[in-house]
Design a protein around this ligand. Structure first.
Ligand code: ZN
Length: 432
């Protein structure tokens, strides 16, 4: 992974998009999400959906909309010792409004901090239990004295809506690839402005191509957004043939792919191939029912072929869910590399073909079709001959060329070339 001049073009644009989104206070509802979608809209034209508070979505309900304008803690001298305008992480996300004078002891029961990282502010939420609170650095906590504090959170929880954005790129078929990313975290860069940026730039790239699949990008608040989207689109999800949740893609860690619940869906096989052929240290992990929105897409009632692509995974880097997940943690060249990986996965899906052998009873005679001794070098010739035999043997309408490559351990390009020649001479036919 080297920084070089030609890798910094798109990477810088991706980083700059993140810089624009970074200051916004986002949550699972509210204007922060709307403002974020407006910024993404500069890269791709989004369709914005509003789901009213109180709407039932499977076992859940869209909550009241949260807005926040100002928040602080003042000591008895009237000095602001914690101020939301310095960091939107200072307020417990979804905090109920409060304006009160409290003792140190009472204040402490509403504070969150990280003794192990005394400079950092933790990110905490309370979406489904009405509460108020502040997140502060441990150093700020240590400075608190026995005093009476004025706590003020100018927020509101009112009937409103949950907002999400969608972008659809029609392809030659109505079979869809779903790309989903969460947009609900406030000023945290890697989690998940990086995922948003990769998704937006991938969408922009794909919008310029002629595609076999249709692509649906969803920019949604985590958990409740995915549940709402699935509830609203339940009758359309059978079109989803492959899917990826994009998260945590801006740091310099190796890639991690978490497989779908199906375990060996085509997206699992393709992404495994792409990551492993790039770098053997990239990790492929089994599905677990925890993590990002793949949890919802892979719930047993849907069981969609959707995996999750990240670099260093959640909880595995110390800055996770703290103020240290900031613009310094992510790098333009890492964002660009993540984008390249997603493009490569899409390219593999687009080119993934299955064939059927039209002469399946015994081997066809290759010589009379000009398929013998096609290539110059002896070794090349032998390998190509093997590629022809592998493609003929596994063109049963079930195995993709990538599956044949995995099984034969031959080079994928050689397998593709062999299939092309067999197609030309009419020995195989593509399954659409
Ligand atoms: Zn998170």
């Amino acid at each position: 992974m080297q920084k070089s001049a030609n890798t910094l073009g798109v990477g810088n644009e991706m980083y700059s998009l993140i810089e624009d989104m970074f200051p916004i206070c986002r949550s699972i509802t509210g204007d922060g999400v709307r403002k974020t979608l407006e910024i993404i809209n500069k890269i791709i034209p989004l369709q914005v959906h509003e789901v009213p508070s109180g709407t039932k979505v499977f076992d859940w309900e869209i909550p009241k909309e949260w807005s926040i304008r100002e928040a602080y803690i003042k000591n008895s001298k009237g000095e602001k010792i914690v101020d939301f305008s310095n960091s939107n992480l200072h307020v417990l996300n979804y905090s109920a409004p409060i304006h009160a004078k409290v003792s140190l002891e009472e204040l402490k029961s509403h504070l969150f901090y990280l003794p192990e990282h005394p400079e950092w502010i933790p990110y905490r939420t309370s979406y489904y239990k009405e509460d108020w609170g502040f997140c502060i650095s441990y150093n700020q906590f240590l400075d608190l004295t026995d005093d009476i504090y004025e706590v003020f959170i100018d927020s509101s929880l009112q009937p409103g809506s949950l907002t999400y954005g969608e972008y659809y790129i029609p392809g030659a078929t109505t079979d869809e690839v779903l790309i989903s990313t969460h947009i609900c975290h406030p000023s945290l860069a890697n989690d998940n402005l990086s995922g948003i940026s990769v998704a937006a730039f991938l969408a922009h790239h794909l919008s310029q191509l002629n595609l076999r699949y249709s692509y649906r990008f969803v920019f949604i608040p985590g958990t409740i957004g995915a549940i709402a989207w699935l509830s609203i689109n339940e009758n359309k999800v059978s079109r989803i043939k492959h899917g990826l949740v994009l998260s945590l893609l801006g740091d310099s860690g190796k890639f991690t792919y978490k497989k779908s619940r199906q375990d060996s869906a085509e997206i699992d096989r393709v992404t495994t191939h792409v990551l492993k052929s790039m770098n053997n240290e990239n990790r492929i992990i089994d599905f677990i029912p925890y993590g990002y929105d793949e949890r919802q897409y892979c719930s047993p009632g849907f069981n969609l072929p959707v995996g999750c692509l990240s670099r260093t995974t959640y909880g595995q880097y110390p800055e996770y869910h703290t103020s240290a997940d900031n613009l310094d943690l992510i790098e333009p060249f890492c964002l660009e590399e993540s984008l390249s990986v997603t493009k490569e996965i899409v390219l593999k899906l687009e080119n993934s073909k299955k064939f059927v052998n039209l002469n399946p009873k015994c081997e066809p005679q290759l010589g009379k079709r000009g398929l013998y001794n096609l290539r110059g070098g002896n070794n090349d010739h032998k390998e190509f001959q093997m590629a022809l035999l592998w493609v003929l043997s596994f063109s049963d309408g079930k195995h993709t060329l990538l599956d044949i490559q995995t099984r034969s351990k031959l080079n994928l390009q050689l397998i593709e070339e062999a299939a092309e020649r067999l197609l030309e001479v009419g020995l195989i036919a593509e399954i659409i």
